[in-house]
Design a binder for this molecule. Structure first.
Ligand code: K2U
Ligand code: ZN
Length: 177
């Protein structure tokens, strides 16, 4: 297993719509293992393949419920089946390091996906798992949590992020989408 570099905003791969997985082969299994290790090392409770530069529809999550690793989920080609209610949470993102903002999402979701053995399964989730599922599935659509902020909050974020990039010595000031 290997640690993978996490792409950060405004890397264009974070804006790509991820491609469906056609074949759960050895290469995909290796990517999944590396994503799990990278998520744990970050540390995070979720990671989408776009974030490690691979725009394919794979998400790993570990919203621990007791025993370490007991909450590990691998979702291939996840689909949102239903969503209900509204909830707010102070979100961050491993691809937008150091920035946090309140995001409104659905309170309960039902998601259908394929597991790493190729079996179709469904999850009914609320709480942090529902939030994480929506956050990660947004990544597969090329969407970031900053896209869900109000226009004013998003403008303030973009100004802060431009300043951060400049302080980090980025010669070229990238266009922040
Ligand atoms: O996709 C990612 O960048 C990992 C996200 C997943 C996430 C964001 C917001 C809310 C839930 C999940 C996080 O950076 S993982 C870090 C974290 C840890 C505990 C609670 C929330 C977020
Ligand atoms: Zn994220």
């Amino acid at each position: 297993m290997s640690l993978l570099p996490i792409c950060t905003y405004p890397d264009p791969v974070l804006r790509q719509k991820a491609e469906c997985v056609e074949n759960i082969d050895e290469g995909l299994q290796c990517l999944i293992d590396d994503m799990i290790e990278t998520m744990r090392e970050a540390p995070g409770i979720g990671l989408a393949a776009n974030q490690v530069g691979r725009p394919v529809r794979v998400v790993v999550l570990d919203v621990e419920r007791g025993e370490p690793g007991s909450g590990l989920l691998v979702l291939i080609n996840p689909e949102l089946i239903s969503a209900d209610g509204k909830t707010q949470y102070e979100e961050g993102c491993l691809s937008v390091p150091g920035y946090f903002a309140s995001v409104t999402r659905c309170q309960e979701v039902v998601v259908r996906a394929v597991d790493r053995e190729g079996q179709v399964f469904e999850i009914t989730a609320d709480g942090l798992l529902a939030i994480a599922l929506q956050h990660e599935m947004d990544h597969l659509e090329g969407k970031l949590f900053i896209d869900r902020l109000s226009p004013i909050t998003r403008d303030i974020f973009k100004r802060k992020w431009k300043k951060k990039l400049k302080e980090e010595g980025d010669e070229v000031q990238p266009c922040l989408d």
